[in-house]
Write a protein of this length. Structure first.
Lengths: 150, 344
């Protein structure tokens, strides 16, 4: 009986894991850029991250012929977590602070991020992996917030 | 015992909720970014088009989701359960009132040498000389392009695994109304010529050299210098400038995360850029902003300075975009040269 019980619990845990672990996380929002951008920034802050900087790269895209007028890189993170990781596994600094790229596409907006789970080649400590999982969940949740808002 | 069954019930509820996944939701989360909310198109083939849905089997959709299109941006969804993939297929199917076609899986016999000639004559202009597809796939709606829909890659292990000969034949005979892919029967191609082309496309299965996704390649590049932070930074700037990069920004790693003046001075970020290269990469895939412009983080620890940067080559593989590989490999080479020189 006990075994049965354990297997049920295990099944439940398995069932709740994410459907797919893509290398690049991506969503399309039906909101135009300014609204999507403010929704993104709000959600980042609601998830208790510090938003440190927004970098523009518009010029390049238009030169490349894209009909994309706006392109930004949004940097965010939590100081204690960034410190913890970079103190013990400096190579992970290549991916920090965390980043989201947001760009307009006509009336819609695309948001992309690298999947933090794939930073694990830069660290193999179990406690780091837990943190990477949390970042992954948070980024997905932030993207879902923006996608769902209309 | 009663308590036990209550517990069981509570535990089972989330389980059943998960075993009936919502195709629509899965589609919106995993596919809509590229294919559009209602499959109206975007970067790949518009999935909601009647002529598309009428010519592909559920098996084709299922296998395509599983295998993706290696090197052609379309990811492979290996971690989804069969039930989840099936739910997505059913959702895509719900866009059409017609029943899904079912094709026999038997190979179609034909003269592939003759098919190759016919291919060069009738198909190469769109699908590419080596059938690797039109260029510029999988970026965005807003990208400038020659055709409203970029011709997919046929010499692709994902496509060849998904498509049966009969499905390919059907597509050649009927074309895809509403896309640049025309009916070749209507253009007077005979049944045996169509068979020859099908045989040729199938023969590409043995020649496809899809990029091998070497996920073991580290995602970062790291060099160490035993000089001080100050002189390592100066050497790095010199090396970058020497390699035709422009220094665009220098900042403390913790800037914006702690009170001004309290940042750790042993962690520094240096940004530099080669704008023509950046623009070239952006034109191929706008997602490259995730690792460009070039940025090196310097961290001083135990008397050594580590210089760390993202490995563009490893990133390119994550984007599953073969067109991006070359320029990223070039960048990786340049980064290595710069860091090596600065570490001397």
């Amino acid at each position: 009986m006990k075994n049965f019980f354990v297997s049920i619990v295990l099944l439940c845990i398995a069932g709740s894991s994410f459907a797919s672990e893509q290398d690049v996380l991506m969503v399309r929002s039906t909101m135009p850029f300014p609204e999507a951008m403010s929704s993104l920034q709000n959600s980042i802050i609601e998830h208790k991250y510090t938003l440190s900087r927004v970098q523009r790269i518009d010029v390049g895209l238009e030169k490349a012929g894209f009909k994309t007028s706006r392109y930004r890189i949004v940097f965010f993170g939590k100081h204690d977590e960034m410190k913890l990781l970079t103190d013990s596994a400096p190579q992970i600094a290549a991916f920090l602070p965390l980043k989201l790229v947001i760009f307009s596409e006509g009336d819609e907006t695309m948001i992309v991020a690298l999947n933090p789970l794939h930073y694990d080649s830069a660290t193999n400590k179990p406690e780091h992996t837990l943190l990477l999982k949390r970042w992954h969940n948070d980024i997905k949740s932030i993207m879902e917030d923006v996608r769902k808002e209309e | 015992m009663k308590n036990f069954s209550t517990l069981l019930l509570i535990l089972l509820v989330p389980l059943t909720a998960y075993s009936a996944p919502q195709g629509k939701q899965l589609y919106q989360q995993n596919c809509a970014a590229c294919h559009g909310d209602m499959g109206k198109g975007g970067v790949g083939v518009p999935l909601a088009l009647a002529s598309f849905l009428d010519s592909v089997s559920d098996r084709y959709l299922f296998t395509t989701i599983r295998e993706g299109r290696p090197g052609r941006v379309m990811p492979s969804f290996q971690d989804m359960s069969d039930v989840q993939v099936e739910a997505i297929v059913r959702y895509i199917r719900s866009w059409s009132k017609n029943k899904a076609p079912v094709y026999p899986l038997q190979p179609i016999k034909g003269n592939s040498a003759n098919g190759k000639k016919l291919y060069a004559q009738h198909c190469a202009s769109c699908h590419g000389a080596d059938a690797k597809g039109g260029s510029g796939t999988g970026v965005t709606f807003s990208r400038p392009r020659d055709l409203p829909i970029i011709a997919p890659s046929l010499a692709n292990s994902g496509f060849l695994a998904a498509a049966s000969d009969a499905m390919i034949k059907h597509t050649l005979i009927n074309g895809r109304e509403g896309t640049p892919m025309n009916s070749f029967s209507r253009q007077g191609m005979s049944d045996s010529q169509v068979n020859d082309i099908v045989a040729y496309i199938r023969s590409l299965q043995h020649t496809t050299t899809d990029q091998k996704t070497d996920k073991s390649e580290p995602a970062y590049i790291k060099y160490e210098s035993s000089e001080s932070m100050k002189s390592t930074l100066a050497a790095l700037k010199n090396a970058a400038i020497g390699a035709n990069f422009r220094i665009i920004r220098e900042q403390l790693f913790e800037q914006g995360y702690v009170e001004k003046g309290k940042e750790d001075s042993k962690k520094i970020i240096l940004y530099f850029c080669n704008f023509s290269m950046l623009n070239k990469a952006l034109a191929i895939d706008p997602r490259v902003g995730l690792f460009l412009p070039c940025r090196v983080t310097l961290i001083e620890k135990d008397g050594k300075v580590s210089m760390i940067t993202v490995n563009p080559s490893a990133m390119s593989k994550k984007f599953n975009n073969a067109e991006l590989d070359k320029i990223c490999a070039e960048m990786t080479g340049m980064y290595r040269d710069i860091l090596e020189e600065a570490a001397l």
